[in-house]
Design a protein around this ligand. Sequence first.
Ligand SMILES: *[C@@H]1O[C@H](CO)[C@@H](O)[C@H](O)[C@H]1NC(C)=O
Ligand SMILES: *[C@@H]1O[C@H](CO)[C@@H](O)[C@H](O)[C@H]1NC(C)=O
Ligand SMILES: *[C@@H]1O[C@H](CO)[C@@H](O)[C@H](O)[C@H]1NC(C)=O
Length: 414
Amino acid sequence: MRKALCLAAFAATLSPALGAAFGYNSGAQKPGGVKNQADYENEFRAAKALEGAPAGGFTSVRLFTMLQDENAGNNPIEAIPAAIATNMRLLLGLWASAGSAKFDRELEALVTAVNRYGDAFIKLVDGISVGSEDLYRNSDAVEEGSNPGANPQVIVGYIQKVRQRLSSTKLRAPIGHVDTWTAWVNGSNAAVVTACDWVGMDAYPYWQSTALPNNAIEQSPRLFQDALDKTRAASQGKPVWITETGHPVSGRTWGQSVASVENAKRYWNEVGCPRFGKEPIWWYKFQGDQAGDQPNFGITPPGQLTTKPLFDISCKPPSSSSPVPLPVTTGRPGAGVPSTESSSNVTTSSGVRNSPRSDVSSPPPSTSTGSTILLNGTVSATSSSPATNTNGAGLTTGSVGGVFAALLAVVFAV
Ligand SMILES: *[C@@H]1O[C@H](CO)[C@@H](O)[C@H](O)[C@H]1NC(C)=O
Ligand SMILES: *[C@@H]1O[C@H](CO)[C@@H](O)[C@H](O)[C@H]1NC(C)=O
Ligand SMILES: *[C@@H]1O[C@H](CO)[C@@H](O)[C@H](O)[C@H]1NC(C)=O
């Protein structure tokens, strides 16, 4: 009881700041490897200086792993010193779908970071997510033999382990779990809700190809609200944080949802703007992956890091008399996405979201190309694709499950 009261009081003191969290998702990969501290610093500086952004730019970054090198050691991810250097807030993530030995390394990396960086780090932490879409990947909606997830009992055990381990450190941050809205509304996962301080919801109307009457862009605000309402109803009164959402600026049409800059802007205006600064939200995503058939969710183009978004993100009503929602374009996937063909430092990225099927059954193809001109003019390869955590058996991609919401929607729509 006392513990519950303390928690509640703690949550209450936290919520004002968190209510303003305006973040984005950042993977650990860059073309050809993993991001280092300089990559993160440059990315964070660009994201904080994003032109026209509400709140003057992104204020928080969601990570998918605590490990800088998933294959060796417990070194904390270099996003942490980069966040300290740039005063960027963090929603930390521990990868939870690669077995308990790997999870223990994630946890040790977190503890190492607390001990190494102390208050400078601790004061930046918005929260800690134990896992990302593990329940989704564990569900019937995902093909057997695909990227592994974790079952609810495993996630509950990990959450308890994190609470226990952190209780002997100075880090006191609310602990939750991120999953697709469809996983949260699945009553078989209720024990995870119970174990969480907060519930992180990933929702993408774009992927809901079986939604009724359809998932065309004009349905997006309603479909998103519906996902949020249902997740809240399943949240046992815990705060629901929007941990991933967005709309692709280019790529294939999914159901009746067209990927285009115009639609991404409309989604930003109609789903994002009413919530920015009011509820915690981490957009998917800041910098895009390659152009082409794969849906590209970046509000800035792949390749070159820039502070100039692909569309007006100011949330201001247009100064002209034109109505806020832009006209829906019909089927011009790829519109507005700069080519990255001519880049010199061409490398590949494995952190790219792919079609649900390919994500389910195999590592994402390495198709991203691009070099990056840093803000200070240096050229370097970077990307903000989701973290990719591999284990001995193969590759799982941080946050790929949001993609699978489409498949889950099939299950829940019938
Ligand atoms: C630009 O930033 C990178 C990464 O932080 C750094 O290594 C490099 O020295 C900087 N270049 C200049 C010209 O300041
Ligand atoms: C509901 O959750 C359970 C436990 O995570 C999972 O086994 C099951 O497949 C889920 N059901 C659906 C329809 O996804
Ligand atoms: C390509 O990247 C390497 C390593 O990051 C760097 O040393 C080199 O200058 C880059 N090449 C160009 C043309 O920018």
